[in-house]
Design a protein around this ligand. Sequence first.
Ligand SMILES: [Zn+2]
Ligand SMILES: [Zn+2]
Ligand SMILES: [Zn+2]
Length: 156
Amino acid sequence: MEALDTALLRDRGLRATRPRLAVVATLRRLPHASAEEIARDVRTSLDSVSTQAIYDVLNALTDAALVRRVDPTGARSARYELDLGDNHHHLVCRRCGLIVDVPCAVGHTVCLQPAIDHGFALAESEVTYWGLCSRCQHHAPEPTPAAASPLQEGTV
Ligand SMILES: [Zn+2]
Ligand SMILES: [Zn+2]
Ligand SMILES: [Zn+2]
């Protein structure tokens, strides 16, 4: 993969430095990783890389459209994935936060047209499918808060 990734970086006008190659390799294995997860993984092969250096690499790769920043879960921290131009969408588990890629139902941008576009030239539509992953569906429901339990009555 390293020769391929070197070519990928050079195609976008970037020098193939070791930290950049390491981040791309990490994203191949861990799509939708957070910057902290990427830093932890990169340090298993390059131990002198600071978290700031990882952010700098991610910004350079994002600017070069080699990496895409996604935040399908909203309130959580941004996740990163290789931008392979495949126009995919995300399935997100409401309970455990698992993110899985699914191909776009129509396969091209923009796959959803708003009823009114207000004159915008549309470039992208993000679709997030929310639900429970198969593992979470088979887990027992989370315990209800103690306050809601009738067993608490009369103990005060
Ligand atoms: Zn889940
Ligand atoms: Zn994805
Ligand atoms: Zn789509």
